[in-house]
Write a protein that binds this ligand. Structure first.
Ligand SMILES: [Zn+2]
Length: 301
């Protein structure tokens, strides 16, 4: 009897510990896209994959730490002054770039494309290669309608934890899938979770691509509800901003009509990320030679 009690007590403690541990991972996970990628895949196909269980890295553009004053980020500048990533771009007009990660979603991305088309808005999609493979026609439509398609890796790993060869494979496979869907090779890469370091950055640079982070993160992957997503995006928007969101969550898509209309009403003009970078003001170029940060985003919260 006593033995049974002890065993039950042990099992209770064990389950409690496991439950708390699981809760911790769910609640405190700092990764902006963690968990998102898995549903991205689920929404497109039953394909396996995606590093949803990997629990890495913090959001790369925390409040004023990595991209203070909305300047172009240089990382880690003390050692590698030529490695540049973009959280936002100093521009001389009311230009803004919306970006949607982790798709395409078979159901939600077409809805978003309809909303964008109705408003004449161009955005940037950072797509996951294996999702492109399952829904190339959606990516083709997005490109045909003037949106930019960026590379978000094949299966959403933490690139900094992979070998050089694996990093290259993640990038190449995805770029090839995008090329076969759209006829164009992507020139932008958004690293999953914002995880980046000089080694991976150099590989991306050698591939002739730019590393794109963000300056506004509504944390829509936590599914806070469309009103909250809208409020956060409107609160963070400013000229030159790169806004992160995910076209694989219904709440994000539901937030878009009001969000986009409010941004239009404020006078913002929507451009793709590459167009935004091309608009970088000459004045800012001359004055932002001082590095914004000397630390890679992956080491910051
Ligand atoms: Zn992602």
């Amino acid at each position: 009897m006593k033995t049974i009690f002890v065993v039950r007590l042990f099992l209770t403690l064990l389950f409690t510990t496991v439950a708390l541990s699981a809760q911790d991972q769910g609640v405190s996970s700092p990764a902006p896209s963690n968990g998102v990628a898995a549903s991205a895949v689920a929404s497109v196909s039953p394909a396996p994959v995606v590093a949803a269980s990997t629990n890495p890295v913090s959001s790369p553009c925390p409040q004023g730490m990595v991209c203070p004053h909305d300047e172009k980020m240089v990382l880690p500048s003390d050692i590698h002054p030529t490695l540049k990533s973009y959280c936002s771009v100093p521009v001389d007009g009311p230009y803004i770039a919306m970006s949607f990660d982790d798709g395409p979603s078979a159901t939600l991305t077409p809805r978003l494309l309809d909303l964008l088309k109705q408003r004449g808005i161009k955005v940037t999609f950072f797509v996951i290669g294996q999702n492109v493979e399952h829904a190339p026609e959606i990516v083709a439509r997005a490109a045909a309608e003037g949106h930019e398609i960026g590379n978000h890796t094949w299966d959403h790993p933490v690139l900094t934890k992979l070998s050089d060869a694996r990093v290259q494979e993640e990038i190449n496979k995805t770029s090839e899938a995008i090329f076969s869907a759209t006829g164009k090779k992507p020139v932008l890469l958004r690293p999953p979770y914002g995880a980046m370091n000089p080694r991976v950055h150099r590989i991306v640079d050698q591939d002739g691509m730019k590393v794109i982070l963000w300056s506004v993160d509504p944390n829509d992957w936590k599914r806070p509800g469309s009103a909250v997503v809208e409020r956060r995006i409107l609160a963070g928007a400013k000229p030159g901003a790169i806004i992160l969101s995910h076209d694989i969550h219904p709440g994000t898509i539901e937030a878009m009509p009001a969000t986009l209309d409010a941004l239009l009403a404020k006078g913002y003009k929507f451009v793709t990320v590459s167009e935004l970078i091309a608009m970088e003001s000459q004045h800012s170029k001359a004055t932002t030679t001082t590095p914004a940060s000397s630390t890679a985003p992956t080491t910051k919260k």
